[in-house]
Design a protein around this ligand. Structure first.
Ligand code: GLY
Length: 441
């Protein structure tokens, strides 16, 4: 093939690659660059080496390859088999891409190769190189007599996308013995704790699409319907609004299964008189949301169901009222006065009783919430109080198996720049009356 034809083909392949990945929104190259620069500052002279999973390692057999969260956070790169190098002093950043494998590209689609002259501009990296050059580029940068390499190290015998390639780099003494390894995850988790404007937009889109899915489910529920139909309907509704996959295994649990926290069989026929808990959220351009609503299958809460529902709702409202940016905390504690869990638990434990006259606190069997971002339980620095730019859930629940009665109400919140809570799952019914009204056909 002539040089001209070859470069025409490469341009065409690049164009097709751009169109193929176009469905997933990407933030500006400057946003990903800013994260790399911020990480470099934290490494204090260290060097990061991070590998994307290979196509075969991609963690999602059902939905196809999904990029590693940390790799995506720092690069915006969605393709498998790449590697990232960031040297903090002097600052150097290189994205390593695999050479073209024409046979494989017939199966997985055209890829951007390291030879493409537009690769730096397209990816936003100062330099894009062939993966084959990684070892040499790294050795050139490592300072002597001591160097620290940060990576995604496995713990307790667990492997990560980086542990295999790191082993390969170390093998055969090709890696100098003055290098020590440190886990990069805590440093990246600290950065991921606070979302930038682009991330907030993606989480809002995931939330809007999932709110629409919950509204459609509330309209569709009736006795005799299988839970799976509701799960399928919700996945369709958020999928048609741009979500690429569920953010976690959808939970649609009715009757006794409303009390089972991570019930995911979703295959029971819903009965008149049941409650159904729907904990379902989509993932939009890699970002999760997490929303739960509880509804009466026949469209009308019984007095007891309404009583428990109202207690759960009021405990969530109490936590929202108590929230103070820069002070409130999310981890489970019944003693820390800044703990929002304590606020919700105390409310639940001092309102209502079980069938034996006992307080209801013992039926609130999980934490009050968690950070949400690239992962539904997002990486974060748990030492930090909740503050501007953080995104998290508030999700109290009461689960009484003896009464086949489970209620969870879960909303997702961001902390605005004014320090106030913004409910990203707004637009869904909250009170028992609103839930019943939304179910009217
Ligand atoms: N809502 C699902 C979870 O938090 O795991």
């Amino acid at each position: 093939m002539s040089m001209r034809k070859q470069s025409l083909l490469i341009c065409l392949l690049t164009l097709v690659a751009c169109i193929c990945v176009g469905a997933t929104e990407r933030q500006s190259n400057a946003d990903y660059h800013a994260r790399r620069a911020a990480l470099a500052k934290q490494m204090e002279g260290g060097t990061l080496v991070l590998f994307a999973p290979t196509e075969a390692e991609g963690p999602n057999n059902l939905y196809g390859f999904r990029q590693d969260d940390n790799f995506f956070y720092l690069t915006g790169w969605l393709e498998p088999g790449a590697a990232l190098l960031i040297n903090s002093n002097p600052y150097v950043e290189i994205l390593f891409l695999a050479e073209h494998n024409v046979t494989q590209e017939k199966w997985t689609g055209p890829k951007l190769g390291p030879e493409n002259p537009h690769a730096p501009q397209q990816t936003g990296f100062d330099k894009v190189e062939s993966l084959d050059k990684m070892h040499d580029e790294l050795l050139k940068l490592l300072p002597q007599p001591r160097a620290t390499v940060y990576s995604d190290l496995g713990a307790n015998g667990l492997t990560t996308a980086s542990t295999g390639p790191l082993e390969w780099l170390r093998r055969g003494n090709s890696f100098p013995n003055y290098v020590s390894f440190k886990d990069a995850k805590p440093l990246i988790a600290r950065l991921r704790t606070v979302k930038d404007a682009g991330e907030l937009k993606m989480i809002s889109r995931a939330s809007d699409a999932s709110v629409a899915a919950h509204l459609a489910a509330l309209k569709a529920i009736h006795p005799g319907l299988n839970e799976r139909e509701i799960s399928a309907l919700m996945q369709y509704e958020f999928g048609k609004r741009g979500c690429e996959r569920p953010a976690y295994a959808p939970i649609v649990g009715s009757g006794f299964f409303s009390t089972v926290l991570h019930y995911s069989a979703d295959d029971r026929t819903m009965q008149d008189g049941d409650l159904v808990v729907m904990d379902v959220g989509g993932e939009y351009s890699m970002y999760a949301t997490d929303i739960t609503r509880t509804a009466p299958v026949n469209g009308k809460f019984t007095a007891r169901q309404r009583e428990i529902y109202n207690i759960v709702l009021a405990s969530q409202e109490a936590a929202m009222q108590a929230f103070q940016a820069g002070k409130s905390k999310i981890p489970t504690s019944r003693t820390d006065p800044d703990s929002l869990y304590k606020v919700a638990f105390d409310y639940i434990n001092t309102h209502g009783k079980d069938l034996h006259g006992e307080p209801l606190g013992k039926y609130f069997i999980h934490g009050l919430g968690h950070h949400v971002g690239l992962n539904v339980h997002d990486a974060n620095d748990s030492a930090l109080p909740l503050d501007k730019g953080m995104v998290f859930t508030l999700e109290p629940g009461i689960y009484i198996p003896e009464e086949k009665l489970g209620v969870r109400i879960e909303d997702i919140f961001a902390v605005g720049q004014d320090g106030k809570l913004i409910m990203l799952s707004h637009g869904l019914p909250r009170t028992a009356d609103e839930v019943e009204a939304a179910m009217k056909k």
